[in-house]
Design a protein around this ligand. Structure first.
Ligand code: PXG
Length: 291
C-alpha cells in the first residue's frame, strides 16, 4: 500500500485527498517538481528542490519548511514506500482558501510528496525513436507566465499533447510566438548538426530542465561542443540528430518531426554516446535513500 506525504504525515494512497477549496485545484495556484530515483539514489535532488523554491518564490508562495527539511521529507517518502526506482512528484499549492483569488485567504500551503512509478513512452521507442509533430498551441511567453516557473498551470502543454495524440503521435514540439523552437510538452529538445549539440537558451522561454543541464555537462565532458542558441523548425528538419530530455521522458531519440525524417531516420551516434553516459551517472549523482 503506497503512502503519500501530506503536510508532515504519511497517509495511505486512497486517503490522500485535498480540499475542493484548495487554490491549487481552483486556480492552478501552486508549483511542482518531478524527480526520479535510480537504484536508491534520488537524481540531483538538491537541484530539484532549489528549482521548486525558486518557482515558489516567483509566485510569492512561502513554503512552510526549509529546503533541508524538504530534502529529508522526499528521502523519507521514497523510504517508507520501500522503493529503489521511483518517480517522485512534489506539489506545493497555495492551500485551502475561499472561492476568491486572494491568496491571503489561504493560511497554510499544501505540501504533498508522492513516490510512485512512471512509464511515459513504450520501451520500443527508446530503442527506435519517436515521431513528433509541432503543436499549433504556442509556448506560454514570459510576460504572461514564465515557462521557467514549474507551476500547476500546464494547460498549454496539455493542449499541445492533445494535438500530438490527434495527429497519431505521442509528443509535440512547442514553438514560441516568435517562431523559435522551445521544448516538448514536458521535456527539453536538443539537435545535433555537424557534431555540435544545440539546445534553446532559457531566454527563448523554456523550463531549464535538470536532465537538460546534466546532458550538456556530459557532452562537454566528452569534448562535444554545446551551444545554447535559438533555432527554428527548419534547423530541426535539417539536423543530423534530434532528441528530448526530461525527468519523466529521460533521454528519448526523435526520428521524425512533422513528417520530415531526421537524417536517415535512425537513432544517431551522438545520442547513443550521451545516453550511455547518462545511464551511468544517474545511479550515483544524487542523494542516497538507503545506507
Ligand atoms: N520542460 C517542461 C515544460 C517540463 O515540464 C522539462 C522540460 C524537463 O525538465 P527536467 O528537469 O525534468 O529535466 C519538464 C519536466 C510528463 C511530465 O509527464 C514532465 C514534467 C513534469 C510533469 C510531467 O512528461 N516536466
Amino acid at each position: 500500500m503506497g503512502l503519500v506525504y501530506m503536510n508532515g504525515s504519511f497517509v495511505p494512497k486512497g486517503e490522500a485527498k485535498v480540499s475542493v477549496f484548495d487554490h491549487g485545484f481552483l486556480y492552478g495556484d501552486g508549483v511542482f517538481e518531478g524527480i526520479r530515483a535510480y537504484d536508491g539514489v534520488i537524481f540531483r535532488l538538491n537541484r530539484h528542490i532549489r528549482r521548486l523554491y525558486n518557482s515558489a518564490k516567483a509566485i510569492r508562495l512561502e513554503i512552510p519548511m526549509s529546503e533541508e527539511e524538504m530534502i529529508k521529507a522526499t528521502v523519507e517518502t521514497v523510504k517508507v514506500n520501500s522503493l529503489r526506482d521511483a518517480y517522485i512528484r512534489l506539489v506545493v499549492s497555495r492551500g485551502e482558501g475561499d472561492l476568491g483569488l486572494d491568496p491571503r485567504k489561504c493560511p497554510r500551503p499544501s505540501v504533498i510528496i508522492i513516490a510512485d512509478k512512471i512509464v511515459l513512452f513504450p520501451e520500443e521507442l527508446y530503442e527506435n525513436g519517436l515521431e513528433i509533430v509541432t503543436a499549433a498551441t504556442r509556448k506560454n511567453y514570459g510576460e504572461v507566465l514564465s515557462p521557467q516557473i514549474k507551476s500547476l498551470n500546464y494547460l498549454s502543454s496539455v493542449m499541445a499533447k492533445i494535438e500530438a495524440i490527434e495527429a497519431g503521435k505521442m509528443e509535440a514540439l512547442m514553438i514560441t510566438r516568435e517562431g523559435y523552437v522551445a521544448e516538448g510538452t514536458g521535456d527539453n529538445v536538443f539537435i545535433v548538426k555537424n557534431g555540435v549539440l544545440m539546445t534553446p537558451p532559457p531566454y527563448v522561454g523554456i523550463l531549464e530542465g535538470i536532465t537538460r543541464e546534466a546532458v550538456m555537462e556530459i557532452a562537454r565532458d566528452m569534448g562535444i561542443k554545446v551551444l545554447e542558441m535559438p533555432f527554428t523548425r527548419f534547423d530541426v528538419y535539417a539536423a543530423d540528430e534530434c532528441f528530448l530530455t526530461g525527468t519523466a521522458a529521460e533521454m528519448i531519440p526523435v526520428i521524425a518531426v512533422d513528417g520530415r525524417k531526421i537524417s536517415d531516420g535512425k537513432v544517431g551516434p551522438i545520442f547513443k554516446k550521451l545516453l550511455q553516459k547518462f545511464r551511468e551517472i544517474v545511479k550515483s549523482d544524487g542523494v542516497k535513500v538507503y545506507e
